[in-house]
Design a protein around this ligand. Structure first.
Ligand code: FMN
Length: 374
């Protein structure tokens, strides 16, 4: 079985193509050290900003679960229910840049051969704010970080010049990326929001700003469900809720659709896929659509906080897959990245049945009989 799972992505070498994404699993030095110990090829730190944030009272993340034998969906823990999604309204890191700086240096010293990516976020409303991006970028790269990930995607920032509000504006995406590229000596990845009409537009902005890679998806804008008994949202503070972000299994197909648009529009560019991954089979979708690396959050949160079993299974899955396809000469992910990118086509290109077989679609097996309308 091949034991070398390494890959090079945007010029950075990864021992394997799997990263913990920017989120609670990467919010502290202890977690990141544990993650590298467990075998993750890279980590993206929890997003670092210049101003510490204060999160809402109570839980910042909850998990929505589905019953196997009914259509019931709820965040209430109960036996036999399967994970549907995570929902969070957590802001960026509540630690200052000064807190992060010595820790980034220590992590890099302890694990020089593992890829440490710093996720950063500032405003974009004026030149001072744009200089904050540069301050963050320089501080992180001076500690030895291998790449920078620009958070242009957090779905619950109130400020109109931050997070997904930047990611929805192709010009701001371009400006912020360019401003960081002006001072960066390491690769710059742009993490875009999926909450736009056509993510290709914002990705074009990122590449015009000279981004080395585009990352997708952050969580999808969403609300928790309302409890039919209490008439309260399942997550609330004093009865109030704001929109938050949906992650986990429910977003895998949604995120794949975004990634497919991106890799088709820019087949020669680099992409890192995120959304709903907990097994190698899930990650394989992203590789086959054209991603060079894959990131994980929700599955890791539910596995001892940093996903030791998840990364073991991902690495084992990749090793077995390479072994199975050794006769094709495949020795690493590079050999199959993008192999199914061009299988996604417009509807009109999908073969129709011969005319004699055509029954208008709605009579096909599986559709309910039309009921009489009184
Ligand atoms: C509680 C929580 C906090 C998160 N915080 C950040 C963040 O600070 N920066 C960021 O870029 N993404 C953040 N994310 C998004 C994740 O990195 C990831 O893009 C998203 O959860 C989808 O991946 P998944 O389906 O594996 O969870 C957060 C997600 C969760 C659930």
């Amino acid at each position: 079985m091949p034991s070398d799972l390494s890959t090079t992505f945007t010029g950075v070498r990864f021992q394997n193509p799997f990263l913990l994404s920017s989120a609670p699993p990467t919010e502290s030095e202890a977690n990141i050290l544990r993650a590298f110990d467990a075998g993750w090829g890279g980590v993206v730190t929890k997003t670092i900003g210049l101003h510490p944030v204060v999160n809402v009272v109570g839980p910042k993340t909850m998990f929505l679960r589905a019953d196997a034998d009914s259509a019931h969906l709820s965040m209430k823990k109960r036996p036999g229910a399967a994970l549907h999604s995570s929902w969070n309204w957590e802001l960026i890191s509540d630690k200052t840049l000064d807190w992060w700086v010595p820790r980034l240096a220590r992590i890099k010293q302890a694990f020089p051969d593992h890829a440490l990516v710093a996720s950063i976020m500032a405003g974009s409303g004026n030149d001072t704010e744009l200089r904050h991006w540069q301050e963050l970028a320089v501080a992180c790269q001076e500690q030895g970080c291998d790449a920078l990930e620009l958070n242009l995607s957090c779905p619950h920032m109130d400020r109109p010049d931050m997070g997904s509000n930047v990611g929805k504006d192709k010009e701001l995406v371009s400006i912020v990326t360019k401003v960081v590229k002006d001072v960066a000596k390491i690769p710059v990845w742009a993490k875009l929001t999926p909450s736009t009409t056509d993510i290709v537009v914002e990705a074009r902005g990122a590449f015009l700003g000279d981004a080395d890679a585009v990352v997708s998806s952050n969580t999808f804008t969403s609300l928790p469900l309302i409890d039919a008994e209490t008439l309260d949202f399942e997550v609330h503070v004093d009865g109030l809720v704001s929109t938050g972000g949906l992650g986990g299994p429910a977003i895998l197909p949604l995120s794949l659709a975004k990634m497919s648009q991106l890799t088709q529009a820019f087949p020669d560019k680099s992409f890192s896929g995120i959304g709903g991954v907990s097994t190698f089979e899930h990650a394989l979708n992203y590789f086959l659509l054209g991603c060079g690396t894959v990131q994980v959050c929700t599955a890791a949160m539910l596995d001892h906080a940093v996903g030791p079993n998840v990364i073991r299974a991902l690495n084992r899955g990749l090793a077995c897959f390479l072994d199975k396809h050794a006769d094709k000469g495949w020795t690493g992910v590079e050999n199959f990245v993008g192999l199914r990118r061009d299988r996604v086509v417009s509807q009109s290109k999908i073969r129709r049945p011969d005319e004699k077989d055509y029954r208008g679609g709605y009579e096909a097996e599986g559709y309910a009989e039309p009921t009489a309308v009184s």
